[in-house]
Design a protein around this ligand. Sequence first.
Ligand SMILES: [Fe+2]
Length: 297
Amino acid sequence: MGERRSRALVRVDSLDTRDSRSSGIINSHMMTRRSLLKMGVGAAGWLATSGVGFGALCPSVTTPRQTRGPYFPYDLVVSHPIRESGDAGISLIEANDHDLTRIKGKKGRAKGHIIYFQGQVLRPLVHVQEQSVECQPLAGAEVFLWQANFSGRYNHQRDEMTQAHFQHPVSGSMIERVHDEFFQYWGKALTDEQGRFQFKTILPGFYPAADGWYRPPHLHFSIHAPGYPEFVTQTYFRGEAIPDSDVIHQLNRHDHILQDSRIDTKQREQVIVEYQRDPAGVLTDGLVGTCQFFLPS
Ligand SMILES: [Fe+2]
């Protein structure tokens, strides 16, 4: 098998719309040095006071697994190929970096409200004798983010079949679900030695999922930590600084995926991320949200 073929890492024969537990999308051992550089170790700029330190206690619940959904950007199903690298040997998702607000080589910026997602990947270590749960940061984990653009549209052929416009459930105004040529619909980051990573992106729009059901704004994550099967989840939004925060709160309360009965209240709280202005005044062009992913031990 030639090198080029060996670097086509994304499995395209198993488009999975329901089961979040399938694993093996990316073979981390096959990463090239160049692709590692591309994804960036995205923790630079993390709020100094954020994150869980070594030896800190973990909460008793782990982050809930949630569905991958139908819009993961496998190579064969995107509507608008977006690739920062011109090397077709690198899979579509692997090619992009952790700033979704710009596509290298294009002059424009993505439409929408800029947000910074500051994440941390941790493993709870249970100490039976002390009856405590210690958090261990997971370094070198690959974190993939994919999401809708400002108008609630994904870059995916399946999304072409859903409504091109819909009525805002509260204001009644018509929302056009349009493509944004400057938005990088997915990206990738690598955790640092403290398990931290960062994405710069935009607040995704909400969109109709079924009769009377609107998916609230959300981010999809797929985490590949060394020694772990793939972990797939979604995060949501809250905070008064977020535009339309009242509507988003209502959509969160009625979302069939977030409100799944298999997710308990504490787990649900973990994935509804509060966004605020950077209290340190460093990240001035957007809101900042922090979230810890507690993987099952
Ligand atoms: Fe989604």
